[in-house]
Design a protein around this ligand. Structure first.
Ligand SMILES: O=C(O)[C@@H](O)C(=O)COP(=O)(O)O
Ligand SMILES: [Zn+2]
Length: 211
């Protein structure tokens, strides 16, 4: 095994534990993936992000076929569609984090812009987040939906399911998933209040500066 893969396996388990301990996903929900030079690392299906074992992570080849480790997450089509749409992505994080998942369930969430630009950091780290129509967990039906949106957007909400966030590194994907969840929480905290959103010019400027 290369040093790159060994380091990524360790990083994967450290961040999984960190997300789980801080309540970003519960039980065996959620799944993680990271790009390797010769394929991908993904979490095993039904694993708890808090208790991942570096030696038992599932390894996929470059086409997304399992080659070693435990049985991989059922969400391979979801993760692979992100890597296909975004060659620059090196990590993908899917969580059932409470507030982002709540937004994904609301009738009045804007499907083109589920997380309003209320702070600069969410614009810089995550960008605009569209809602993908409901598909069953693990279904390959999600692939065309991801391909349609992920070329332009680094993150999406799966309707009535939860967030999926990509990043240029695995760590960036984790940080962006956290930022998305914290912003979704702010959306609920300020729901009954008058919120000043960043204006469109500021948002555009932040997006070009942090592309
Ligand atoms: O919601 C689901 O069922 C999956 O998207 C999920 O979060 C956990 O599935 P596995 O990664 O196969 O355990
Ligand atoms: Zn899920």
């Amino acid at each position: 095994m290369t040093l790159e893969e060994q380091q990524l396996r360790d990083e994967f388990c450290r961040w999984g534990e960190s997300l789980f301990r801080r309540g970003y996903t519960a039980g065996s929900s959620g799944n993680l993936s990271a790009r390797l030079t010769d394929g991908f690392l993904v979490t095993p299906t039904n694993s708890c992000l808090g208790y991942l074992d570096p030696a038992r992570l599932s390894k996929l080849d470059a086409q997304g076929v399992a080659v070693s480790g435990d049985v991989p997450t059922k969400e391979i089509p979801l993760h692979m569609a992100f890597y296909e749409a975004r060659p620059q992505a090196a990590g993908v994080v899917h969580l059932h984090s409470t507030y982002a998942t709540a937004l994904s369930c609301l009738e009045d969430t804007d499907p083109d812009d589920t997380v309003p630009p209320i702070t600069p950091y969410v614009v810089m780290r995550v960008g605009r987040v569209p809602l993908l129509p409901y598909t069953h967990p693990g279904s390959a039906d999600v692939r065309p939906l991801v391909l349609a949106k992920a070329r332009e957007h680094a993150a999406v909400l799966l309707a009535n399911h939860g967030p999926v966030v990509s990043g240029r590194s695995f760590r960036d994907a984790v940080f962006a998933a956290e930022e998305l969840e914290e912003t979704a929480k702010l959306v609920f905290l300020t729901k009954a209040l008058t919120v000043r959103q960043l204006d469109a010019m500021l948002v555009a400027e932040l997006q070009t500066r942090h592309k």
